[in-house]
Design a protein around this ligand. Structure first.
Ligand SMILES: Cc1cc2nc3c(=O)[nH]c(=O)nc-3n(C[C@H](O)[C@H](O)[C@H](O)COP(=O)(O)O)c2cc1C
Length: 179
């Protein structure tokens, strides 16, 4: 699949069939995260694959917005190491994006559950420590996100994108119209 086709086809998929994900398919998705670039090429992330049903059900309770993990046959949790790189959040986020896109290529659906957030330190710490305890993640690592994975059960409704001229500017963001 062409990269741009995958980018255009990618959606958040929150309903999955019971079909198991084949090992080689799952590992390919994981590798997309492994091969994602990092700032200064530092080893600033971990990628944790979860397939145990009980653990997935517990992971679904990390935030009120990850309930879809109760249906998912697998999850990938991506963590970032702020003690290794100042770019840990970007590194982990790019890995998540690569994982999401590779899921499209192999015919899987994926959903993104944000765990870390920069605006509410207390809530972020609460959610992160819940996942740390569940998956034996070192205290100093940030839990950036948990992605659900599974074969899609339904197709999302067509998406309305933010108008391009509200997003893209050339040379400078010079006025409200972007002219
Ligand atoms: C940084 C980020 C955080 C997100 N957090 C959640 C989340 O906690 N739970 C969830 O169900 N979806 C979450 N999403 C998915 C978005 O809601 C979804 O990508 C968005 O509505 C656009 O839909 P699309 O992915 O189908 O294009 C998140 C996506 C991003 C990029």
């Amino acid at each position: 699949m062409d990269v741009f086709d995958a980018i255009q086809a990618r959606r958040e998929i929150t309903a999955y069939t019971e079909q198991e994900i084949e090992r080689d398919v799952l590992e390919k998705v994981v590798d997309a995260g492994v091969f994602a670039p990092t700032g200064n090429n530092l080893p600033s992330k971990n990628i944790i694959v979860v397939q145990d049903r009980k653990t997935l059900d517990q992971l679904a309770k990390t935030t009120p917005y990850m309930k879809w993990l109760e249906q998912a046959p697998a999850a990938i949790v991506v963590t970032g190491k702020s003690h290794i790189s100042k770019y840990w959040l970007q590194d982990a986020s790019i890995a998540c994006a690569f994982i999401w896109l590779e899921a499209v290529e192999v015919g899987l659906g994926s959903a993104f559950g944000a765990v870390y957030n920069a605006h509410d330190e207390r809530e972020s710490e609460k959610r992160e420590s819940y996942v740390r305890n569940l998956l034996n993640i070192p205290e100093e690592d940030h839990v950036v996100a948990g992605l659900g994975l599974g074969y899609p059960k339904e197709e999302p409704k067509p998406k309305k994108h933010t108008p391009r001229d509200q997003v893209v500017f050339y040379e400078s963001v010079s006025n409200e119209k972007g002219e």
